[in-house]
Design a protein around this ligand. Structure first.
Ligand code: SAM
Length: 366
């Protein structure tokens, strides 16, 4: 667990993780810059050295690059961007400081809009120190830990209480499979390993998130989504958490762009490839998207989903895109099962949450 990551080049899975972090920063920064917040904050609590052995940027430099891309609107909107990096290992923290100083020297305009603080603390201490800032401002948080320790309830539940925080947690989920029942693990995170092991091993990250969801207070607005990352025989993964549908939609777009089949993993987690083929005995099984569309169809015909607002929320709750829902609704209209005004069923974030265009679906035939 204590292997020094930066003595080696980043591997493919690490790069995939960093790209997801980076893609989310790319979506998050302009949204909040244009939103009218006076101060926005980005935290990378396990920041590493800045670059790997081959000079490939790690999460902190990727964040700075994404900020640089938005520097003109940041100036225009007079947004103060506060960036907080933390790295526990003193040598690595020193390297990180050098890397950031270099970046700011190369792009001096950064220093006029971005306030950077770099800490050399244990996560425990650093998060306590910065919680008041996280609570006060719109915040994006990366928690790229080695292992699982900092997934403990106390951190997750603290994040749950904040209302304007989006976070991406990295977890070595397969450790749970191997050690989840051991006392040493249970002092950090308690999960029902019996329940988790009822599913095949490659679902461990998904199972983990299902259990974390049950730890959230009743009525919590926080939504958690998995993205599983297979690395050799091990399954790791990202947990995305946010309470605003805009954030959820942005993350799901990134996830579905990475994997158009399942939007949830860097491998064929639900064996959808196989499902597309006809099985002589069982016919053809539904793919992940098709089975979502089938559920949506049933809900509409049952009358539990009656408009585009409900259809969009249903899609997000099921970790699908509005376009997956829209495709099915158009099909149902063609089949004369439902009717709605116009050509598009308007199942998009813009129509539902920005323009407030409500569209009713009328069931014609059940
Ligand atoms: C997976 S690496 C993060 C890599 C980084 N995101 C990057 O892109 O280079 C985890 C980092 O957390 C640091 N770390 C380990 N324990 C820590 C702790 N208790 N508090 C803060 N940082 C810690 C490690 O030294 C390591 O650099």
């Amino acid at each position: 667990m204590s292997k020094n990551l930066h003595e080696k080049p980043f591997d493919g899975t690490t790069i995939a993780k960093l790209e997801i972090f980076e893609d989310y920063a790319q979506a998050w920064i302009p949204t909040f810059v244009m939103h009218g917040d006076l101060v926005i904050c980005i935290f990378d609590f396990f920041a590493g050295t800045g670059y790997d052995k081959n000079g490939v940027p790690g999460s902190p430099i990727r964040v700075l690059k994404k900020l640089r891309e938005q520097i003109a609107p940041i100036f225009q909107k007079k947004v103060k961007v506060r960036v907080f990096f933390n790295e526990f290992n003193p040598k690595k923290q020193e390297q990180l400081s050098l890397a950031c100083n270099d970046f700011f020297k190369t792009y001096p305009e950064m220093g006029r809009a971005i306030e950077l603080q770099i800490f050399n603390e244990d996560f425990d201490v650093c998060v306590d120190r910065l919680l008041p800032v996280i609570r006060e401002f719109s915040s994006l948080i990366y928690l790229d830990q080695n292992g699982i320790r900092f997934l403990a309830d106390k951190y997750l539940l603290e994040l749950e209480k904040t209302t304007r925080t989006d976070f991406l947690y990295f977890v070595s989920s397969s450790y749970f499979w191997r050690f989840g029942d051991k006392e040493e693990f249970r002092t950090h995170v308690q999960l029902d390993m019996g329940a988790a092991k009822k599913n095949p091993y490659h679902f461990i990250h998904r199972s983990l998130i299902n259990q974390l969801r049950t730890k959230l207070p009743v009525g919590s607005k926080l939504k958690l989504y998995p993205f599983s990352l297979k690395k050799g025989a091990n399954i790791h993964g990202i947990i995305f958490g946010a309470s605003h549908p805009r954030a959820v939609e942005k993350f799901l777009r990134i996830a579905w762009k990475r994997n158009e089949t399942n939007g949830e993993a860097n491998f064929d987690i639900d064996e959808d490839r196989q499902k597309r083929q006809l099985n002589l005995f069982e016919g053809r099984q539904l793919t992940k998207i098709e089975s979502f569309q089938q559920r949506l169809r049933n809900e509409v015909l049952k009358g539990s989903i009656t408009n585009n607002f409900e259809a969009f929320d249903f899609a997000l709750d099921e970790a699908h895109l509005g376009s997956h829902a829209a495709e099915e609704l158009r099909k149902m209209k063609r089949e004369a099962l439902i009717d709605y005004q116009g050509i598009s069923p308007l199942v998009t974030y813009e129509n539902v949450y920005q323009k407030g265009r409500r569209l009713t679906f009328k069931v014609i035939q059940k």
